[in-house]
Design a protein. Structure first.
Length: 565
């Protein structure tokens, strides 16, 4: 059975869409999607992925249902429903989970509802897909108040250089926003307009160093490609954005007494964001994708109308080209925060596999000599792979994918800053955190130098998936070595978890679910009462994270009943 590809012509697939985005990535392994698509720039526009004329029939997701219908007599006039997605999550005891868009770190139940409509008229596109979130937001055992002044001060270094509150207020939380909405103009491979969509830069599957779907989308102006722009050198994809980021408005800890003593007041000013991403697929090396991401943020009160403040992403890469006589004081006085990353992805269709990496640096190097001598300064990185195995005499497949993300400072911190170290990835001493409304824009697995490793093994049958996931999360490692690294009794707080994955599609419904059991070793660096320096015993905490996405694929729209069409 075949289905109409034109049904996807007017819309984008929201970043991190459960089951669907992962399915498209697998289809590229199987040769069913244009191999020049990098998957380094999301959200995706499915009508361009298959490299075929929209008038043909195809089953892009194998759901068996249209998401809309192209008007054959007038293909430039399209209207389509966006799938309705209901997400219900539960955390017992403490927050866990990331990559949930507008959903917050929460204890208790949390619910999100989203859906909408998309339309195209000639080169004009509009997509309205608001998001509604409600969270129980119960109190829980957070950072303790029994560790002493020096350790408390060390913990607040990350809260005073970022904006990642333990708890979003003291009551239940609710928010209605524009979500995955946009208004754009298209011409060929390019698109420009305004959007509040989540964007994802880089090849990561579970995390990204710069932009992911961990925080809610932010309002931005965008100029981007919608498909690879082919040249004699190969194919290019890219995006240039100008955006607006907001503070959370909440203090770091749940403990008001600690906040009164250690927390620096958070600025209420919004931050201007400028970013650029470029992905290149060389003509001579099929399957290889290389790219660069760069962002700057600055408080609006510090920003001028100069070209350098509107578009700092076009500045040279070292401070020596920007300052006078080697003095960095004037330049640092602009209070701008930069992040830059390089990435690569290698797709091997014959092996039905991919390998990728992303390496980022948070601070300008003084010059190229300093960069070569200290490439690990203020760095973070991730790497991963994805591989599928076809089962004999069956349409089913086995998928193995894994990823590790390292945010913890390198040993370089001892040379530059001493035993207490510097600031973590996504943190800054002048511009408080690369966040939007209190959640990190890139890595969602915790701030203050958290590291995470994920391994997933699944049985795949079209959109159906039955799998397990193993995860190790080392929490706030930069704080640990700053405040506790010179003692031996309190060990690092490490979460070890086992998750069960179940995705299933029937009729118009698509279910994507996860049940994860987490054992927090040395939770919040606490000790059992019987612990002694000679025989340390850390206090562990067991919790459960459960999440269900229920997606409803709406029936087609009858264009004959819509006068506009």
């Amino acid at each position: 059975m075949c289905y109409n590809l034109g049904n996807l012509f007017a819309q984008t697939l929201p970043t991190g869409s459960p089951a669907l985005e992962e399915s498209l990535r697998r289809k590229q392994f199987l040769g069913e999607i244009d191999s020049t698509i990098s998957f380094n720039l999301r959200p995706l526009q499915p009508n361009f992925l298959f490299g075929i004329d929209p008038s043909y029939d195809y089953a892009p997701f194998e759901t068996g249902y249209h998401w809309g219908e192209i008007n054959r007599d007038s293909p430039d006039k399209v209207i389509t429903w966006m799938p309705v997605r209901n997400t219900l999550a539960l955390n017992t005891g403490r927050p866990y989970g990331y990559g949930n868009g507008p959903m917050i770190p929460n204890v208790g139940f949390q619910y999100m509802l989203t859906g909408g409509i998309a339309a195209k008229y000639k080169f004009f596109n509009i997509q309205l897909m608001p998001e509604l979130v409600w969270a129980q937001n119960r109190p829980y055992q957070g950072f303790p108040d029994n560790l002493g002044n020096s350790i408390n001060s060390a913990r607040y270094v990350s809260w005073n250089h970022g904006d990642n509150p333990e708890r979003f207020g003291t009551k239940s939380y609710s928010k209605l926003g524009l979500g995955q909405s946009k208004i754009t103009l298209n011409y060929g491979s390019f698109e420009m307009g305004a959007s509040t969509q989540n964007i994802w830069w880089g090849p990561g599957q579970f995390n990204a160093l710069i932009f992911s779907n961990n925080a809610r989308g932010f309002p931005h102006l965008t100029l981007n490609t919608t498909r690879p722009a082919k040249t004699f050198l190969g194919s290019f994809e890219g995006q240039l954005i100008m955006g607006k980021l907001q503070p959370s408005g909440f203090e770091g800890s749940q403990n008001p007494l600690l906040n009164d003593q250690y927390f620096d007041e958070l600025s209420e000013d919004w931050r201007y964001l400028n970013g650029i991403s470029i992905s290149y697929q060389p003509k001579w090396v099929p399957g290889l994708f290389l790219g660069l991401n760069r962002t700057f943020q600055q408080y609006s009160e510090d920003k001028t109308n100069s070209f350098g403040d509107w578009f700092p992403v076009f500045e040279v890469l070292t401070k020596s080209g920007l300052i006078d006589g080697g003095n960095t004081v004037n330049y640092d006085g602009k209070r701008q925060d930069q992040q830059i990353s390089i990435f690569g992805r290698y797709l091997v269709p014959k092996a039905q596999a991919e390998f990728y990496f992303e390496y980022g640096r948070r601070d300008h190097a003084l010059n190229w000599r300093e960069f070569m001598l200290n490439p690990e300064h203020a760095r973070a990185y991730l790497m991963g792979f994805n591989k599928i195995f076809k089962l004999p005499v069956s349409q089913k497949m086995v998928q193995v994918r894994a990823e590790m993300t390292q945010q913890q400072e390198s040993v370089n911190r001892y040379i530059r800053y001493g035993l207490r170290g510097g600031t973590s990835w996504h943190a800054h001493y002048q511009v408080r955190g690369f966040t939007n409304y209190g959640e990190s824009m890139g890595v969602g697995a915790g701030q203050a130098g958290s590291n995470i490793q994920t391994l997933e093994l699944s049985l795949i049958d079209k959109l159906n998936k039955y799998g397990i996931v193993l995860e190790r999360l080392a929490n706030h490692q930069d704080f640990y070595y700053r405040g506790l690294g010179q003692q031996s009794e309190r060990k690092p707080w490490v979460d070890l978890s086992l998750g069960l994955l179940f995705d299933y599609q029937w009729d118009r419904f698509l279910l994507s679910s996860r049940l994860q059991f987490i054992n927090g070793l040395n939770y919040q660096w606490q000790l059992e009462p019987e612990s002694t320096p000679e025989f340390p015993v850390g206090k562990d905490k067991f919790s459960v994270f459960a999440q269900i996405h229920l997606i409803y694929l709406l029936p087609t729209i009858d264009h004959q009943k819509i006068p506009f069409f």
